[in-house]
Design a protein around this ligand. Sequence first.
Ligand code: ATP
Length: 358
Amino acid sequence: MARITLQNVSKSFGGDAGPWAVRDFSLDIDDGELVVFVGPSGCGKSTTLRMLAGLDEATSGTISIGGRDVTQLPPKDRNIAMVFQNYALYPQKTVYHNMAFGLRVRGEGKAEIDRRVRAAAASLDLGHLLERKPRQLSGGQMQRVALGRALVRNLDAFLLDEPLSNLDAKLRVKMREEIATLHARLNATMIFVTHDQVEAMTLGDRIVIMRDGLIQQAGKPLELYDRPANTFVAAFIGSPEMNLVEGQLVRESGKLSVRAGGLNLQLPEKAFSESEQDVVLGIRPEHISIADSSPVLMNVNLVEQIGAQTYVLGTISGHKFRAVLSRKDDVVPGQTIPVMLPKERIHLFTRSTGRTLR
Ligand code: ATP
């Protein structure tokens, strides 16, 4: 497996002037790392993956795999495998022959093919399925065959483009766990594309969040959760999403606080630069809790019981807020509940740019 580097990679489908599907994408992916590209539809994640695979040509920038500049190389010379949504298995061939096919066209000897197919099948737990046809396999097994086809070829990396998007919710979770287990076992460099933030959070060693062709932030899952770079990342990571309310940063009688209409929250000293006054205040629903008594009151509009948790939708000083409480059987719409918004959990963003205020 190998290290992958993208340097200022851009892609325009309409000539050099743009519009840019991907702009100035730079990233180092470590040997054995699992990196997830995530973002809303059209943000450029598939295009980036296709440029890595050589299926789309980069308009500018360089791509190297294992220290080798592959920017101008065709897909077959890049030594990486792309696994698609539909797995693209040959329906008439057995699992064995699906996995052997790539080696046969490369002219490998029969004995060598057999050795590699059986080794890959063993590591993917497919040994007992080698004589089956794809239609006799579950979605998860098909996925493993698709990976097996790549595995037999000693490739540098696996690229997976929304491989779970055709599966139902339960199977998705199961397959997600399988991919994580497989990644741990194979120690392979993997790039995984999804629009699902939970998938990104649970699978990625590192996550790259994209929007409009631009990287918004790249980092470990909890780094993005704890220290989102801007309001887009703040709202994208975490479910239900972070509460965001426009307010003002004020210092009065020596105390720093954020104010949004009647809501006034004291802030930790020195946590924020005081260069901006127009801010967006952010707090995650799970960081709001019920207090015995509090000057901050929430009017409850809607209660959703999830089981272990209770989701409460309501207003605080006229602003919409969502709170995720550990199970509360006795919260009902129409109630007013005292709540706590801990100051160390408050995020502030500059209103004009959306960037985190530090
Ligand atoms: P999705 O989750 O919907 O697949 P994505 O994040 O993978 O979205 P891309 O498929 O990379 O997004 O598309 C990025 C942008 O490039 C979009 O605006 C898309 O319309 C455009 N685009 C993609 N492929 C082409 C193409 N072959 N020709 C022209 N424009 C394209």
